[in-house]
Design a protein around this ligand. Structure first.
Ligand code: ADP
Ligand code: MG
Length: 253
């Protein structure tokens, strides 16, 4: 995609779980070289929105377009192959594998339907290519010195960055991050912000879900705020910060 092009277009997405409207008629767009934050109190529907975009859950109604293609009926691995990578709120690294091995798993997702099937049948040459690609991504995120350490031995902030490297290894143009700053120390949040700024400058589109308002305010280009499954506000960080409806949602939670 070219600079400033809209790569993700969600139009009136709705997801119902039985009688519960987890996401109701929410629309948003993301361009290349843009960081959009999806903000909102717990239970607002942020993770569900991510699952709709990345194909983990089918929409009840509405459309999701990625790179001009309707992806509402595609499987998650097909969407990943088109160039959308995500991290999960609760799925973490494999702690007993090295950083390099964890990231190589991400490199592998781009070309194949499943990790399990393919990891059992890797050709030697293919394995070398995956490790080389993983190594490049680890350098890109600044963790070169940690390549051969066990992922579980790293501080949480570095583990989060390895998760991003793993997502990058699938060669995405859109990165979806579910609560990347959760549980991090101040310095770790700064390192994470620096990395996301660098990726943005390289043209990456980033959609991140956050509960932490302070983290997103100095970083992102635009914010969409959800509460109880609805979009309650959208705008620049300064506009969102001054929006009484948003303050009410946060104070009330
Ligand atoms: P957030 O990520 O903003 O905290 P979620 O998207 O996880 O919010 O949840 C939104 C609402 O949908 C919550 O009320 C939650 O309990 C409900 N929910 C999420 N996933 C499911 C599911 N698989 N089945 C039933 N209800 C769900
Ligand atoms: Mg969530």
């Amino acid at each position: 995609p070219s600079a400033g092009e809209t790569i993700l277009e969600v139009d009136a997405a709705t997801k119902k779980f039985g009688g519960l409207v987890a996401v109701g008629d929410v629309s948003l767009t993301v361009r290349t070289g843009e960081i959009l934050a999806l903000l909102g109190p717990n239970g607002a529907g942020k993770s569900t929105m991510f699952n709709l975009i990345s194909g983990v859950l089918p929409v009840t109604s509405g459309t999701v377009r990625f790179l001009g293609q309707a992806i509402g009926k595609l499987e998650a691995h097909d969407i990943a192959r088109l160039g959308m990578s995500r991290t999960f709120q609760h799925v973490k690294l494999l702690p007993h594998l090295t950083v390099l091995e964890n990231v190589a798993i991400g490199a592998h997702l781009r070309g194949h339907a499943g990790i399990l099937r393919s990891s059992l049948h890797l050709e030697r040459r293919e394995e070398d290519q995956l490790l080389a690609e993983a190594s490049r991504q680890i350098d890109r995120v600044g963790l070169t010195a940690n390549k051969h350490l066990l992922a579980g031995s790293l501080p949480l902030g570095d583990q989060r960055i390895v998760e991003i490297a793993r997502a990058l290894a699938a060669d995405p143009c859109l990165l979806l991050l579910d609560e990347p700053a959760a549980g991090l120390r101040f310095k770790e949040k700064e390192a994470l912000s620096d990395l996301l700024r660098k990726l943005r400058a390289e043209g990456m589109g980033v959609l991140l879900v956050e509960h932490d308002m302070d983290f997103v305010m100095g970083l992102v280009d635009r914010i969409v705020v959800m509460e109880f499954g609805q979009k309650i506000a959208e705008g620049l960080p300064a506009e969102i910060q001054a929006n009484p409806v948003v303050l009410e949602a946060y104070l009330g939670s």
